[in-house]
Ligand binder design. Sequence first.
Ligand code: C2E
Ligand code: MG
Ligand code: MG
Ligand code: MG
Length: 283
Amino acid sequence: AAKGAGRNRFSYFTPTLQVAALNRMRLTNDLRGALKGEQFELYFQPIVHLASGAIHKAEALIRWNHPQRGVVSPLEFIPLAEASGLIVDIGAWVFRESARWVQLWRHEVYADFQVSLNQSPLEFQREGASYAEWLAHLRALALPGQSLVVEITEGLLLDASSAVSDRLLQLRDAGIQVALDDFGTGYSSLSYLKKFDIDYLKIDRSFTRNLAPDSSDMALSEAIIVMAHKLDLKVIAEGVETPEQRALLAAAGCDYGQGYLFAKPMPVAQFDRFLRDNGYPVC
Ligand code: C2E
Ligand code: MG
Ligand code: MG
Ligand code: MG
């Protein structure tokens, strides 16, 4: 019996690992053709000003429409893009698309519209990288730096190399704003908040999820909000799904909310309609 169980375990695990590795190899291969094949698409999710319901901001979230597999989550393919170096070209595409759409919305909907885009650590830190190209492109579109926010994760600031501080200074010089994504999940060494020029803290979804009066997540969220405001940062709560969460966050003074309560991330045509039709849908 022991022998049988052992053999079962063996034959169960080995092929699974092989399948996973093979799957990653195949996906990475497909990823090489995805840009050329125009298989990427940017979705937009509104970021809502909680006190007024105004929507002058959105986060750009990439989707990969795989010809055979359908939509592949960025959680699955961004790590592969990082490992293969393809993240550089994908990031450049995300930037150009974000600039293109923010230009439209600034002209036609709100003059102060802002799009946030995500940069993975490898993308942000890569050697020789510079925002000079971004700046030139923004100038060509007559867009100020404040049209864009770059979302990075706090882990980057922990082992802040000079490359990281250089990049942050470049962003600052360009007028592009910076948000700390998933705040509270990493090793939040708070001293970095005064060392670096950050504009927004995004409270991670794991805090929002369990918000209730007198809960520990409520206490943590309130503390984050008070601290952020003293440091002159705005706070965005991620993953707002219920009216109760929204009300608790608003009462705690949270500046912005993002989540399924307001809207899921949408394809650009749908988001464009949403923005024009429902400028203030959630007051
Ligand atoms: P993130 O930057 O923290 O983005 C928020 C994620 O939460 C998104 O997942 C969004 O769809 C999801 N979300 C928003 N509201 C709710 C809610 O109310 N409930 C729940 N359960 N989820 C909500 P998504 O689009 O799958 O993106 C996952 C991650 O992939 C992002 O996390 C970001 O780290 C990364 N990512 C997405 N687009 C890009 C990109 O263009 N470049 C890079 N480097 N990373 C990206
Ligand atoms: Mg983000
Ligand atoms: Mg986030
Ligand atoms: Mg997140």
